[in-house]
Ligand binder design. Structure first.
Ligand code: ATP
Ligand code: MG
Length: 493
């Protein structure tokens, strides 16, 4: 019993609102610490209205008066004028009844409650925040009632769909935003357990139909809004996947182009290896043919045939030699080189290729050209790429003109490589030196040729530009430094 009383007292003390017990004549019988706060502790026996409100008579609004009359709990609300906190004071009062139902005392609880206005304002602010959250979402947010009438449609939704917000809210049905029976499928999936739980759909790839009828890929996060068990609305966050898919495609393309470039590089190495292997047997064929020709007295017809063998073997050896020279992998070595010789070598390697069979080659190489300053491997690649592009553009039919000339200052040389192909369209020209840019069908070109050429020209302190008109062929003009223009080296053999 003692413990029960003490825990009751503690409970009253722990109560963080003002609690005062008064007698029927408004005298304070007890008060908790919270009610005492700034007051003298010895308030027992004092008049409640005097102590708390400095009044000589009981407060008009005091609910205790009603409790005394009715014997039942009473409550009073009143605005606290001194406080601008938009809260109202609430006095709750109830009787302590004796065994014979007499009111022994009255408990008065004093606490504050927020005003309705305050709550409304809070509600308004949280609604505005919610609205802003929806409007500023990076994804399209669309909510519709169960019949499909749209009641939330943010700006991104308008951007993606092409419908204005007003149009969507007044005329559009959510089903109009999906092609075919997709809306039905989305609802079916939303109601099933499999896609993120019942009433939920997570990162579901779906087709979305724009106002124009164009269908675009979307990732949809959606949920059904319930009131109790009843479906009342749906809300969806639509993420436009077009950019992501485009990026993915470009990445895949770049990957396949890299693979192609790697393949080409290993093919080059393979060719050089095979060429090397061919060198010895070709040497044998040449040597023994010469020996047979010298050592035996052969009929003229046989001699002619053997000479033919010798000539062809010689030609094979030349090809192998040039191929080896061309594919030689060395560190960059800037030296003086005969540019005309490099051009002749490249043309020699190319002119017997099927692609060149119907191409007339017009060489206009300036005699006694001063040596060019450069790395011969890189210069070979440069010439090979431009000449191959020209032949490919002409689709194996037309005239290839290769011209060299020296500039008057003797410090620079010009190479002009022209074709009679279709020319480069205006919209293509700005991109041709970009790595991986190609107009050729997949698998036919890596788009690395001209970007490599550009790098080589830069590396040599030169310049490159294109003259081209659709239908009138293309000319690539390359300006390179002479050895003299650089430091006056003699050409290397
Ligand atoms: N002589 C030319 N006539 C017309 N278009 C050309 C010519 N040379 C280059 N181009 C255009 O420039 C693009 C880029 O050329 P580039 O040499 O870099 O790549 P590619 O030839 O397409 O592929 P790769 O050289 O890697 O096999 C070509 O796809 C083509 O559209
Ligand atoms: Mg090319």
């Amino acid at each position: 019993m003692e413990y029960e009383n003490s825990i009751k007292c503690k409970a009253i003390e722990a109560f963080r609102k003002k609690l005062v017990i008064i007698s029927r004549d408004y005298k304070i019988l007890a008060a908790n610490q919270h009610a005492l706060k700034d007051l003298d502790e010895k308030i027992t026996g004092e008049l409640c209205h005097e102590i708390f409100f400095g009044l000589t008579t009981p407060c008009k609004e005091c609910p205790a008066t009603e409790v005394m009359q009715s014997g039942r709990p009473a409550v009073r609300h009143f605005q606290n004028d001194t406080d601008k906190s938009e809260k109202i004071q609430c006095l709750y009062s109830y009787p302590i009844l004796s065994k014979d139902n007499q009111t022994e005392g009255i408990v008065v609880l004093d606490f504050e409650v927020p005003t309705l206005g305050f709550l409304e304002d809070k509600l308004r602010r949280s609604n505005a925040l919610l609205r802003n959250l929806i409007l500023s979402s990076v994804d399209a947010v669309i909510a519709a009632d169960i019949s499909g009438n749209i009641f939330i449609f943010n700006d991104v939704a308008s951007e993606i769909s092409g419908y204005s917000v007003h149009e969507a809210l007044t005329q559009l049905n959510i089903r109009d935003l999906y092609p075919g029976n997709v809306a039905f499928l989305v609802m079916k999936k939303l109601r099933s357990e499999e896609f993120g739980g019942k009433g939920k759909l997570k990162s579901y790839h779906v087709d979305f139909m724009r106002k124009t009828g164009k269908v675009i890929p979307i990732s949809l996060n959606a949920s059904i809004i319930y009131e109790g068990q009843k479906e009342v609305a749906t809300i969806g966050f639509f993420h436009d996947l077009r950019d992501e898919l485009k990026m993915k495609k470009e990445l895949e393309k770049a990957q396949s182009q890299l693979l192609q470039a790697e393949k080409m590089a290993s093919l080059g190495k393979l060719a050089a290896g095979v060429a090397h292997q061919l060198n010895n047997p070709l040497g044998g064929i040449t040597l023994f043919t010469q020996l047979v020709l010298e050592d035996y007295d052969l009929p003229e017809k046989a001699k002619d045939d053997l000479n033919r063998i010798l000539k062809d073997a010689q030609r094979c050896r030349d090809t192998v030699k040039e191929l080896l020279e061309f594919a030689r992998q060395t560190r960059q070595e800037m030296q003086a080189h005969d540019l005309n010789k490099a051009i002749n070598r490249t043309l020699f390697l190319l002119e017997n290729q099927t692609l060149f069979h119907n191409i007339r080659i017009d060489k206009q190489l300036a005699p006694s050209l001063p040596p060019v300053h450069g790395d011969i491997q890189q210069l070979n690649h440069l010439l090979m790429n431009i000449i191959l592009n020209a032949a490919e553009a002409m689709e194996g039919n037309g005239t290839l003109t290769v011209k060299t000339e020296r500039c008057e200052d003797k410090k620079r040389l010009l190479i002009a490589i022209s074709d009679t192909g279709p020319g480069i369209p205006d919209h293509v020209r700005p991109n041709i030196f970009e790595p991986f840019f190609t107009t050729k069908e997949p698998g036919k070109g890596t788009g690395l040729g001209l970007s490599m050429v550009y790098g080589i020209v830069e590396n040599h302190g030169g310049k490159i530009h294109t003259l081209s008109r659709p239908g009138e062929g293309t000319t690539f003009i390359i300006e390179l430094l002479t050895a003299e223009g650089n430091n006056g080296e003699k050409p290397s053999e």
